[in-house]
Design a protein around this ligand. Structure first.
Ligand code: MG
Length: 324
């Protein structure tokens, strides 16, 4: 098949009938109208081949994940995602790759009622960048800055499995094929906790999504809220694969994956202790494992108690793109 031009590529794979946008793909700019009484929540995230994903990754999963990591930022804000803009550099325009990517992208977009309203494409090393735009009722967005000493620290699901898959690839750990399949799913097909974020408006005092790892992301909440936190290692939700490694000779690697692996896309949030029953009921309603993993404290330090109640000496740090 002849190579596609930039305009053919957009028309063939990314232009669809408009829905909620006043004007979507195809003009010089999109026209968007937020619902009355809502503020816009806007965020951008970039994924680079070789850094955030393997260049030969299944394109359908990549389409899913590229959007999912952006949706996760909306969830963290308690926002409802509405529109997305997609910019990508592609080494070449391969129709079957693009069709699979678009399929993964739009399946997730449709599941959340998100409309693609614009973008750009160019030839270059594979890089994908999404700007996501959501709505949140005025003044009700979840922020990182509202945690108070005495609040409980919550996490919405098992952590560290995506990092376990990567640790397996780099031969730092060995997973069975069944464990690897579960961990690869966590790595490639994360689910943004949109419904949870929406329902936490007015319940959570602060929230963040776990993209870089629990210790680093929780530290952002601590910084913005000017508080410390004390976390119980044993209370952090984990898979059976993770639990087995934490008890075995790969404990150090497993700890790093659990606490600082990143790519979890669960929500970490704080809530006053009197909201505990409400948070637990929400977890049951949404089918999510809600774990209270610790408490917000005065001060500025993050303390992690191990399974025996002793303070963890070395707390693994979250992923930093500029720390080599
Ligand atoms: Mg985030």
């Amino acid at each position: 098949m002849a190579a596609l031009t930039e305009f053919e590529l957009i028309a063939r794979f990314f232009r669809r009938p408009g829905r909620s946008a006043v004007l979507g793909v195809g003009d010089d700019a999109a026209l968007l109208q937020p619902a009355p009484g809502c503020e816009l929540a806007v965020s951008v995230d970039m994924l680079v081949a070789g850094r955030h994903f393997f260049a030969d990754v299944d394109p359908e999963s990549l389409g899913h994940k590229t959007l999912a990591v952006n949706l996760s930022d909306m969830a963290a804000m308690g926002a409802t995602p509405r529109w997305a803009l997609l910019a990508g550099a592609l080494p070449q325009a391969r129709p079957e790759w693009l069709a699979a990517f678009a399929h993964g992208f739009f399946a997730l977009a449709d599941a959340h009622g998100v409309e693609l309203v614009g973008g750009d494409t160019t030839c270059g090393p594979l890089t994908l960048c999404i700007t996501i735009i959501g709505e949140v009722p005025q003044g009700r967005a979840l922020k990182r800055s509202g945690a108070k000493p005495g609040d409980a620290v919550w996490v919405s699901g098992a952590l560290g499995d995506a990092a376990l898959a990567l640790a397996h690839y780099s031969r730092d750990i060995e997973l069975s094929s069944a464990e690897l399949a579960t961990c690869e799913r966590a790595l490639q097909r994360p689910n943004a906790r949109i419904a949870l974020g929406e329902r936490l408006r007015g319940v959570a005092s602060a929230a963040i999504d776990l993209s870089d790892g629990l210790t680093g992301d929780l530290a952002h909440v601590m910084e913005e809220s000017r508080v410390g936190a004390r976390v119980r290692l044993g209370a952090i939700p984990r898979s059976a694969a993770m639990e087995a490694r934490l008890r075995g000779s790969y404990r150090e690697v497993a700890l790093r994956c659990l606490l600082a692996g990143g790519d979890d896309y669960e929500l970490c949030f704080t809530a006053p202790p009197e909201r505990t029953a409400e948070v637990e009921a929400l977890g049951r309603e949404l089918g999510l494992e809600m774990a209270c993993i610790g408490t917000v404290t005065e001060g500025s330090t993050l303390t992690i108690d191990d399974e025996t109640g002793h303070r963890l000496e070395r707390v693994p740090r979250a992923f930093d793109h500029f720390a080599e």
